[in-house]
Design a protein around this ligand. Structure first.
Ligand SMILES: Cc1cc2nc3c(=O)[nH]c(=O)nc-3n(C[C@H](O)[C@H](O)[C@H](O)COP(=O)(O)OP(=O)(O)OC[C@H]3O[C@@H](n4cnc5c(N)ncnc54)[C@H](O)[C@@H]3O)c2cc1C
Length: 327
C-alpha cells in the first residue's frame, strides 16, 4: 500500500516505523516548521487509559532502540489520591516518601527522558510543505510541485494540523515554554519534580548532576503556530519556593495542538485519510501508542472511543484551563 504521512514529528515518525514493519511503501513529508526536538519527558504517571498508552509507547521506543534516560520522580501536592491507587494497580512502583520537607509520591522507574531526535533521525523525510485536500470521499496531498492521491494519508502535522487541510478540525494550536535554569543543588539534574501544590514541574537538563534543570508551569497562549506570540514571562517564584534560588539562562518554546477537551484524537477525514493529533504537552509520552491505534483504525476500523475524534462533535467549545500534564 502507498502511504503518505504529512508531518514527521513524534506521531509521523512512529507511523512510519509501524507501517515499514508491515512492509508498506511510505513517504513522509515534513515542512521543517518545527525546528527543535530536545529530549522530552516520558512518564507513566498519567491518568486513566493514558497509562496503558504510555506503557505501550515505552515498549515501542525500546523496540525501535530509541534512547531513554530514567530518573526517579517526586510528585507533590497531589489532591486526587485515587490516582495513586491506579498507579499501584497498574504495577507501577510508587511509594510515599518525604522530599524537600513535604510528603511526596516517589516514582521508581516511572519517568524518563526520551531522545525524540533519535526517533526522527531514522525516518527518511522529504522537506516540503504539504496540504491534505479532501474532495468528497477522497483526499489528495498537494505540495507546490505535485499532487498525489495515495492509498492512505495520515495528517500528523501537530500544531500545524488545522492549517494543513481544508477540513475544519476540532483542535487549536497554542504556544508554551519552559526555562533552563541554574539550581542551588545538583539533585534537580537527576530527578523529576511534579509539584501540583505550587504549580510547576522540573526535569533534568543534562542528567549528569549539574546545578541545572528545566522548569515549566503549564502556562500557554492560544496562537497560530507561525509567529512568536508575546506573553509576560511568568515569574519563577513558585519554583523557587520549592527548589531554592533559580536563575533562568535559556527559554525553550514551541507550539502544541489541543482538542476541545485537551485529549488526543484520531479522526477520519476521507475514505483514504486520517488525522491524528491533539497531543498537547505529552506527545512523547503516548504518541507512539496513539500512532499504533490510528493505524489499527485505518487498517481494521478498530478504535477505542475515548480516543476517537467523534466524541468532540458533541462538545461546544474550547474551555481550557491548564495545559494537561504540565499541571
Ligand atoms: C516547549 C515544549 C516542551 C514540551 N515538552 C514535552 C515533554 O517533556 N514531554 C512530552 O511528552 N511532550 C512535550 N511537549 C509536547 C510534544 O512536543 C508534542 O506533544 C508532540 O511533539 C506532538 O507530536 P506530533 O507528532 O503531533 O507533532 P510534532 O511533533 O510537532 O510534529 C509535527 C511535524 O509536522 C511538520 N509540519 C507542520 N506543518 C506541515 C505541513 N504543512 N507539511 C508537512 N509537514 C508539516 C512539522 O515540521 C513537525 O515536524 C512539549 C512541547 C513544547 C512546545
Amino acid at each position: 500500500m502507498r502511504v503518505v504521512i504529512v508531518g514527521g514529528g513524534i506521531l509521523g515518525s512512529s507511523l512510519y516505523l509501524l507501517l515499514k514493519e508491515k512492509g508498506h511503501d511510505v513517504l513522509v513529508l515534513d515542512s521543517g516548521e518545527r525546528k527543535f526536538y530536545p529530549t522530552l519527558i516520558h512518564s507513566t504517571l498519567l491518568k486513566g487509559k493514558d497509562v496503558e498508552l504510555a506503557k505501550e509507547s515505552l515498549k515501542l521506543y525500546r523496540r525501535w532502540r530509541v534512547p531513554t534516560f530514567g530518573f526517579p520522580s517526586y510528585t507533590l501536592g497531589l489532591k486526587d489520591r485515587s490516582i495513586v491507587n491506579q498507579w499501584s494497580s497498574e504495577g507501577l512502583d510508587v511509594r510515599e516518601v518525604e522530599f524537600l520537607g513535604s510528603s511526596a509520591i516517589l516514582g521508581v522507574d516511572t519517568d524518563r527522558l526520551v531522545s525524540v531526535t533519535s526517533l526522527r533521525k531514522v525516518v527518511p523525510k522529504v522537506s516540503v510543505k504539504a496540504f491534505v485536500e479532501v474532495m468528497g470521499d477522497l483526499a489528495k496531498v498537494r505540495t507546490d510541485s505535485r499532487e498525489i492521491v495515495p492509498d492512505l494519508v495520515f495528517l500528523t502535522a501537530g500544531a500545524w494540523n488545522p492549517y494543513s487541510t481544508n477540513v475544519k478540525l476540532p483542535s487549536r494550536s497554542y504556544y508554551c515554554w519552559a526555562y533552563a535554569v541554574t539550581t542551588p543543588s545538583e539533585v534537580f539534574d537527576r530527578v523529576f519534580v511534579y509539584d501540583y501544590e505550587l504549580g510547576f514541574y522540573s526535569r533534568p537538563l543534562f542528567g549528569l548532576g549539574m546545578r541545572t534543570a528545566i522548569v515549566g508551569d503549564g502556562e500557554y497562549v492560544v496562537s497560530d503556530p507561525f509567529g512568536k506570540p508575546s506573553h509576560s514571562d511568568r515569574p519563577l517564584r513558585n519554583v523557587e519556593k520549592r527548589l531554592g534560588k533559580v536563575r533562568p539562562f535559556f527559554k525553550g518554546d514551541g507550539f502544541c495542538e489541543g482538542t476541545k477537551d485537551l485529549r488526543p484524537a484520531i479522526g477520519r477525514l476521507a475514505d483514504n485519510a486520517y488525522w491524528v493529533g491533539g497531543l498537547d504537552g505529552y506527545g512523547a509520552e503516548i504518541g507512539p501508542a496513539l500512532a499504533e491505534m490510528a493505524l489499527n483504525f485505518a487498517l481494521k476500523g478498530e478504535i477505542d472511543k475515548e480516543y476517537s475524534a467523534e466524541r468532540l462533535t458533541s462538545l461546544k467549545d474550547f474551555e481550557w484551563n491548564k495545559e494537561p500534564h504540565e499541571l
